[in-house]
Design a protein around this ligand. Structure first.
Ligand code: GDP
Length: 366
């Protein structure tokens, strides 16, 4: 369930963006033989300059970045919740992802028609979000009908849920997403969210697809989108999908030159991957050996034994303790030996909460 679902109206640049992500996956796929390749899924490396820095110090045989899953959600068009386009098929695909990335068209091009006849980011967003809202209302209404039957039989739990479900339905009918329901801590509400996996409960990010010229400076469409997003505390990341698709095939030097000529510091795709990783509540710790320098993905707030389990289950079962050097100290003292000498290696036990960028070595019993 930990992934980013890509949605967007037709002709906004969603496929171009997804192609760029797929190319980023394929460029690294030799390093990830365990990932099965599925047509609507891209498993992409999460850019992390710290890992490159560690590799400069350790000089390993290979480097492995953390990865992030993107799922291409086809068929989300106006009327989708009523069966238009691919209809309800898209719903189950979105439910499985945790964050939604909507690609929004912010570029003009006479040769590429817009399904709604004009460029208007806020209208486009509202079309998609209405579909998500309608889908949630539909699911909730079905649940309410079932709860009403159970509540007649004097089922106390059903009665409590019914009350909250009806309040939530009213909230949705006022065009408000599940994520802003006032009683988020209510147990019956939480149960409903777990059972029905509402689409409007998910975090949303926007990818503003602009032409080359729109990268350095925000055009009017991007400005409108940013104003809308700011009111809702949502992230807007600008990208030019066409250029991203070219750039993923460049080497590091070519890429830097390109970015400089475009007047930006970081590629939009890289920002999307990095911010998406954060939005999912994920972080990386590192292992730095001569065979491999590697980032391992964990949820923020993970204890050392659970973090060790990401490498191997036996590491958790036989966990004794962890040797930890912060990324900063590892770099400052030129590697493990130097950091140890400077007294910067800590021994941590089973309650230790792993920090972003920790360089870890686990000791365990077999
Ligand atoms: P989708 O229907 O949203 O998947 O859109 P596509 O990715 O297939 O893009 C639709 C058309 O817009 C294609 O011809 C793309 O080459 C073009 N396109 C995508 N991004 C850009 C862009 O940033 N600028 C311009 N001018 N065209 C783009």
């Amino acid at each position: 369930g930990l992934g980013i679902g890509l949605v967007g109206l037709p002709n906004v640049g969603k496929s171009t963006t997804f192609n760029a992500l797929t190319k980023a996956q394929n460029a690294e796929s030799a390093n990830y033989p365990f990932c099965t390749i599925e047509p609507n899924k891209a498993v992409v490396p999460v850019p992390d300059p710290r890992l490159d820095e560690l590799a400069r110090i350790v000089n390993p045989e290979r480097i492995q970045y953390s990865t992030l899953d993107f799922v291409d959600i086809a068929g989300l068009v106006k009327g989708a919740s009523k069966g238009e386009g691919l209809g309800n098929k898209f719903l189950s695909n979105i439910r499985e992802t945790e964050v939604i990335l909507q690609i929004v068209r912010c570029f003009e091009d006479e040769n590429i028609t817009h399904v709604e006849g004009s460029i208007d980011p806020v209208r486009d967003i509202e079309i998609i979000e209405t579909e998500l809202l309608l889908a949630d209302m539909d699911a909730l209404e079905k649940r309410i009908a079932a709860l009403q039957r159970r509540a007649k039989g004097n089922d106390r739990e059903a009665k409590a849920q019914l009350e909250v479900a009806q309040k939530l339905l009213e909230h949705l009918e006022n065009e408000q997403p599940v994520s802003t329901f006032e009683d988020q801590e209510n147990d019956a509400f939480k149960q409903l969210v777990r059972d029905l996996r509402f689409l409007t409960a998910k975090e949303i990010m926007y990818g503003a697809n602009v032409n080359e010229e729109g990268l350095a400076e925000d055009n009017e469409y991007v400005q409108a989108l940013k104003a809308y997003a700011a009111e809702r505390n949502r992230e807007v990341i600008k990208l030019c999908a066409k250029i991203e698709e070219e750039m993923v095939e460049f080497d590091e030097e070519e890429k830097q030159e390109m970015l400089e000529s475009l007047g930006v510091e970081e590629s939009g795709l890289d920002q999307i991957i990095r911010k998406g990783f954060e939005k999912l509540g994920l972080m990386s710790y590192f292992t730095a050996g001569v065979k491999e320098v590697r980032a391992w993905t964990i949820k923020q707030g993970t204890t050392a034994p659970k973090a060790a389990a990401v490498i191997h289950n036996d590491f958790e079962k036989g966990f004794i303790r962890a040797e930890v050097i912060s990324y900063e100290d590892f770099v400052k003292y030129g590697g493990e030996a130097g950091a140890k000498e400077a007294g910067k290696m800590r021994l941590e036990g089973k309650d230790y909460i792993v920090q972003d960028g920790d360089v870890m070595h686990f000791r365990f019993n077999v």
